[in-house]
Write a protein that binds this ligand. Structure first.
Ligand code: ADP
Length: 279
């Protein structure tokens, strides 16, 4: 099943900016999909279509294989299914305490207090923020805020989580904590879509990658499929993951015998190098 699909969607902002051009995007159930693109490519605009915040100028958005409806009741339903974590947690966190923030979504869904408390506890536990219930969100670090924002979405138990640049602005530890949480959620069956411009992170967690540039999807496939098309990657002002770049240089400049495809992560490179020493 496709949890989210867009068919030929185009979106023009009221000022005339054509931000999406005939975008076809699919995230199937249980997958971790990355939308990779430089700043201004259209990533946030596309995400805002997934739960009906924006309505395409033309084309169709489908959720769980059905066209998204734009009536109030339809939008309420779809927003429980598709949880979006925005890039800047300050746009999402507004309650005086962490607990109230995470409880906001489930309370709005009309759940009873006992269930809300259970969900808040579960969600904070999953993101490693148990014990912070009474803290005001603005006293937290960037990474902690992000984790609370994720908990707020998790507490609504969506079918899919969509995260706009979940690691941007975080230090390496904060970023890897977020990725570990997302990896774990995905292992437990959650479908996840994330946007990023960080090419080093993509092969670590994504099984499917879409590259967007100037409002168009210019490539899709597994990390190996998309990163083997170096020309397209560079045309979108992106680059190869550092490890793949190193292998490319070792092969081209130093004639070391590495077969393609180039490894994309340290783990893959390590295996390949050890193998080459065996011969
Ligand atoms: P990304 O998330 O990949 O950085 P965006 O979706 O934010 O890209 O932006 C895509 C394009 O749409 C850019 O050219 C941007 O300037 C434009 N854009 C974004 N928001 C608006 C808006 N509210 N009004 C007009 N143009 C916008």
């Amino acid at each position: 099943m496709n949890v989210i699909e867009t068919r030929e969607i185009t979106y023009q902002y009221p000022d005339g900016t054509l931000a999406l051009k005939n975008v076809n995007f699919r995230a199937s159930k249980g997958m971790m999909v990355a939308l990779l693109g430089p700043n201004g490519a259209g990533k946030s605009t596309l995400f805002l279509h997934f739960n009906g915040i924006l309505r395409p100028t033309s084309g169709e958005v489908r959720v769980e294989d059905r066209p998204l409806g734009y009536k109030k009741e339809d939008l309420m339903k779809v927003r429980q299914k598709v949880g979006i974590v925005f890039q800047n947690p300050d746009d999402q966190l507004f309650a005086p305490t962490v607990m109230e923030d995470v409880a906001f979504g489930p309370l709005n869904m009309g759940l009873d207090l006992e269930e809300v408390e259970k969900r808040v506890k579960d969600a904070l536990g999953k993101v490693g923020m148990a014990g912070y219930e009474k803290k005001p969100p603005h006293h937290l670090s960037g990474g902690q805020k992000k984790r609370v924002a994720i908990a707020g979405i998790l507490a609504m138990q969506p079918e899919i989580m969509v995260l706009d640049e979940p690691t941007s602005g975080l230090d390496p530890k904060g970023a890897s904590q977020i990725l570990r949480i997302l990896y774990q959620l995905n292992q437990e069956g959650m479908s996840i879509v994330i946007s990023t411009h960080d090419v080093d992170l993509v092969p670590l967690y994504a099984s499917q990658v879409y590259i967007i540039n100037e409002g168009s999807i210019i490539k899709e496939g597994t990390p190996h499929e998309v990163f083997s098309d170096v020309k397209t990657i560079r045309s979108a002002n992106l680059r190869l993951p550092r490890i793949a770049h190193l292998m490319e240089i070792l092969e081209k400049e130093d004639s070391l015998p590495f077969d393609k495809p180039y490894p994309l992560t340290i783990g893959e490179a390590r295996r390949k190098i050890l193998e080459s020493f065996k011969d």
